[in-house]
Design a protein. Structure first.
Lengths: 283, 330
């Protein structure tokens, strides 16, 4: 009878996922119990969120580090590695925004459940060891990957703000986020993060083109990941221009942000499932 | 005139361009045979729209936003020039062969491309490819001899992320490579001729290492290259055509002969000798004189965007509500 040997770092990553789950639950509970006039005895639930998030990041970071040391390369290849590294980097970026921009802390009730979707997917992904192709042994890959994480991280923070704007539009939920700044102020903040996402995505595409030129002898070939990354860039640029040109309201703007984030998310994690070109992403 | 320019510079035209470009990209990706105009027309429309917008809207010419838009317009123009001057091709070189001796398969040639490839010269040297367990390709090292200005030959090693760049043409090693036994045909009358037999890509077609040829004045010969060290898919190994133990199985005139390097077989009009085993490497050729400019302009554009964002962040309050640090608002 054969036994399946699990990589030793899995325990760290799964414990980190459990802490993520706890942080997400506490964030949602804190939002649910925060209606004006609600008793303040549940305030501790909300205060635990940053600590839980930090602990989750430490555990996942330790797991990734262990795996890296064991197999000799970073988490760039299969879906397990890409999800684990994204869970770490997106959590880190959101954590940084949470610390530096107190106005968005309540968006944890939107952002952390989104991250939990990725965490759930991570649990069912194959953690098998991967082989690093020689074309990945270049410092340009680092720039490309880190810029991609920064792009999706900015879009995620904007998604959290957009989510709050849309949730507040429902009378039953309006009170849950009443202590946050008004929609106009949140809208301004969200689009700054979207502009940051546009900047990082632009740099990501440039670094990707430099890498592709050296790795495959062409800087752009419309492979599935390139095509969808370009469509995401186009959608983001179009959304920014629509907002500036027609002064759309916060709710319409929030819908645009959700749409762009969905496109970006599908590009990062969906395209690898039907791509067969060399630049096929994670699968 | 100004009014027409202003109307063409409108955000509606820009959005229409975005939508057309997105649709064109989608269709072109789905159908590689789709006309290139699906991309070119929307991009031209967007370039004209951006040009008109820059001419009529002074805000687009200022600060980081100005840098971004001007660099973006220049990028589109330079990319178009690059497409017109571009050359792409493929070539397979056997060890000892020079680029000028073989036909290059052209895959893309822009209408404004001026041939400079005929002036490029290098000779293929030995190569090796490392494989990880599971026949997963790792490091490729291909040695080439390049004639320098003094008439001497400089050996360079290329492979993976390291192309050979000569006269602006970039040569990339590919997964397409294989074995090439060297044989000499010694006719009963006439001059001996030595050449290589180009076997199918290895290890991709490991099961099909055969070829056929007809030596001058001789019978048709069918050859099969037997590799005496079977491929172990579970182990790491190195493909080195020069040291790969092989035997050349020759089928001619109803007879079958197995030759190791140095052995010969007598046929009707001459003798066929198996000299040694070498390899051939497939290269991808890429030429685009605008490549450095594309990089510079794209970087300048993205930096302009970053500058614009930074100024906005620095100018306005980012913390639209003050909450004590480290505390979740209850």
């Amino acid at each position: 009878m054969s036994t399946i040997v699990q990589p030793p770092e899995l325990a760290w990553i799964w414990f980190g996922v459990a802490l993520y789950g706890l942080a997400a639950t506490f964030a949602v509970l804190a939002a649910a119990r925060s209606a004006p006039g609600a008793p303040t005895r549940h305030a501790g639930v909300g205060r635990a969120v940053p600590s839980l998030l930090a602990a989750a990041l430490i555990c996942i970071g330790a797991g990734i580090g262990w795996r890296w040391q064991r197999i000799g390369h970073g988490p760039f290849l299969n879906m397990f590695e890409v999800l684990a590294s994204s869970l770490f980097s997106l959590g880190l970026i959101f954590g940084f925004a949470y610390w530096r921009v107190p106005a968005i802390r309540r968006t944890a009730a939107v952002v952390l459940p989104v991250l939990m979707v990725m965490a759930g997917w991570l649990l069912v992904s194959n953690p098998a060891d991967t082989h690093l192709p020689p074309t990945y042994e270049t410092p340009v890959l680092w720039f490309h990957v880190l810029l991609g994480k920064a792009f999706l991280g900015c879009a995620l923070v904007a998604l959290g703000i957009a989510g709050v704007i849309l949730l507040r539009a429902r009378p039953r939920l309006a009170a849950r986020f009443a202590r946050m700044p008004g929609d106009v102020a949140l809208d301004l903040l969200a689009w700054r993060f979207m502009l940051g996402a546009l900047t990082f995505e632009s740099f990501m595409l440039i670094a990707g083109a430099v890498w592709a030129q050296d790795a495959w002898g062409r800087y752009w070939a419309w492979d599935p990941l390139e095509t969808w990354a370009f469509l995401t860039w186009l959608a983001l640029a179009a959304a920014v221009h629509v907002r500036v040109s027609w002064h759309i309201g916060p709710r319409i703007g929030a819908l645009f942000i959700v749409g762009v984030f969905v496109l970006a998310f599908l590009t990062f994690f969906g395209v690898p499932f039907f791509a067969s070109a060399p630049h096929k992403g994670a699968v | 005139m100004t009014r027409a320019l202003a109307s063409f510079a409108s955000a509606r035209v820009m959005l229409a361009g975005f939508a057309l470009l997105a649709a064109g990209t989608f269709v072109a990706h789905d159908d590689p045979a789709a006309p290139v105009s699906l991309i070119v027309v929307p991009l031209s429309l967007l370039a004209l729209n951006l040009g008109a917008a820059l001419a009529t809207n002074h805000r687009l010419r200022r600060g980081g936003l100005g840098v971004f838009h001007v660099a973006l317009l220049a990028l589109m123009i330079v990319a178009a020039v690059g497409r017109l001057c571009r050359f792409e091709g493929r070539v397979e070189l056997t060890q000892g062969q020079s680029l000028g001796e073989v036909a290059v398969e052209v895959t893309t040639r822009g209408p404004l491309h001026i041939d400079g490839l005929s002036a490029v010269a290098f000779v293929q040297g030995p190569f090796s490819v490392d494989y990880a367990p599971g026949v997963r390709r790792a490091r490729t090292r291909s040695e080439v001899g390049v004639v320098d200005g003094d008439g001497g030959v400089t050996t360079r090693t290329v492979g993976d992320d390291m192309p050979l760049v000569l006269g602006g043409y970039r040569f990339y090693t590919t997964h397409n490579k294989g074995l090439a036994p060297i044989v000499t045909w010694l006719p009963d009358r006439g001059t001996p001729q030595t050449g290589s037999l180009h076997m199918p890509s290895y290890p991709l077609f490991e099961w099909k290492q055969d070829n056929r040829f007809t030596p001058p004045g001789g019978p048709e010969v069918r050859v099969f290259l037997r590799i005496d060290k079977p491929l172990d898919e579970l182990a790491a190994w190195r493909l080195d055509p020069q040291t790969t133990p092989t035997a050349l199985v020759v089928h001619a005139e109803g007879r079958r002969s197995e030759l190791v390097p140095g052995e010969s077989v007598r046929l009707t009009a001459g003798t066929l000798r198996f000299e040694r085993s070498t390899g051939w490497m497939g290269y991808r050729i890429f030429f685009d004189p605008t490549l450095p400019w594309l990089f510079v302009l794209a970087t300048v554009a993205a930096t302009g965007l970053a500058w614009h964002l930074w100024r906005r962040v620095a100018a306005g309050p980012s913390r639209t509500a003050r909450v004590p640090m480290g505390e979740f608002p209850a």
